[in-house]
Design a protein around this ligand. Sequence first.
Ligand code: NIG
Ligand code: FE
Length: 394
Amino acid sequence: MSSLLVDNIGELVTNGAGEGPLGIRRDAAVLVEEGRVVWVGPSAYAPAADRHVDAGGAAVLPGFVDSHAHLVFAGDRAAEFAARMAGQPYTGGGIRTTVGATRAATDEELRVTVRRLRAEALRQGTTTMEIKSGYGLTVADEARSLRIAAETSTETTFLGAHVVPAEYADRPDDYVGLVCGPMLAAAAPHAKWIDVFCERGAFDVDHARAILACGQAAGLGVRLHANQLGPGPGVRLGVELDAASVDHCTHLSDADVAALAGTANSDGSGTRTVATLLPGAEFSTRSPYPDARRLLDAGVTVALATDCNPGSSYTSSMPFCVALAVREMRMTPAEAVWAATAGGARALRRDDIGVLTPGARADLVVLDAPSHLHLAYRPGVPLIRQVIRNGVPQ
Ligand code: NIG
Ligand code: FE
C-alpha cells in the first residue's frame, strides 16, 4: 500500500474542524493512503510516507467541485458572444445552433472536446466535474452524449429537456413524451441525474414537473436550471421535488428564498436543496449577477459552478468563478471558496469530496499562494501549482 504525504502546508483549508468557516489549519500536513485522506495534523508531527510533496508553506485546499457543466457539444458560438458584447440580449436561442453541430459530429469529435475541457478544468484545480447532455435532443444523440460523458465522470446528467428541438417546435407535448419515454430509457443507464431548463422559451413548470418525476421514477436524482433569465416557479418546483440543487437562481422572489431556506436541516446544518450560482453565465451574457448575499443571509446553502458551455459561459475555471463571486456577488473569499468546494459537493449530495478530513477522497490543490484569499485577490492569475486527484499527483 503506497502512501503520500503533503507537508509544510502554510494554510490548509479542510472545510472540517479548524479555524473559521473553512476549518483552516496552519503548518499542517495531510497523509494519503489508497486515494483517501487518512491523517491531518501538524506538519512537525507528520508520519513518514512512501512519497512526499512539499507544499513549501503554500495554501492547500480541497479540489474544486464543479457541479454544473455542459461539455458534450461541437462547434463554438464566439460570433454570438461578439454580437452580445455589441448589445444583443441572451435568450438561450443559440442552444439550437449547438444542437445542429452536435448532431453532425462524430463520437470521436465529441469525446475529444469533453477530454480537452475536462483536462483544462483539472489544470485549474477541478477534481470533480458534473457533465450534462442536452445538445443532442434525439434518443440516439442524448444516449451517446451521456455514454461519452460517463467515460470521464460519474456525475452525469440527462438534460434531454434543454430546449424543444426545431422538429418538435409546434408539438412540445410530443417532445415531452419522447423525453419521458424512449429518450429517458436510453439515457438512464449512463446518467445519475436528470435536469430540465425550466424557463420561458424552454420548458414550463408542468412539463418540468412531469419530466423530473419520470426521471425520479427511473432512479435519477433531480437538479434543475431555474430562474436564470426571469422570475418563475422553477426554484419552488425544485424544492418541492427535493432537488439536490437548483441552478442559476438569478431572479428570485422572497418566496423562492424562503422555500430554499425552509429546506434547512433541523439541526441547522445546512439545506437539502442547494442554490448553485453560475456567475460565468452573467459575465458572458452581461446580465445582473444573482444576489448571493441575500441567499447566504437567509441561511441557504450556496454552491458555485462554471456552467461551462459554448453559449452562455465558455469558461472551465473555478478560480475565475470564485473571483467573480467575491467581486460581483458580495460573497466573502471564505464563502466563495467553501461554495466552490464543499458547496459543490453538497449540490451533488456527496460527503466524500469537498473536504480534507480523514476518510475523504484525496483530492487536493496546492496553490501558488500563501492563502485562499489570493484566489479572488489575484484574479486571472494561474495560481494552481499542483493538483492531486484520488491521491495521485497529476
Ligand atoms: O446553463 N440555460 C440553459 N443552458 C445553458 C446555456 C446553454 C447555451 O446557451 O448553449 C446555461 O446557461
Ligand atoms: Fe447550464
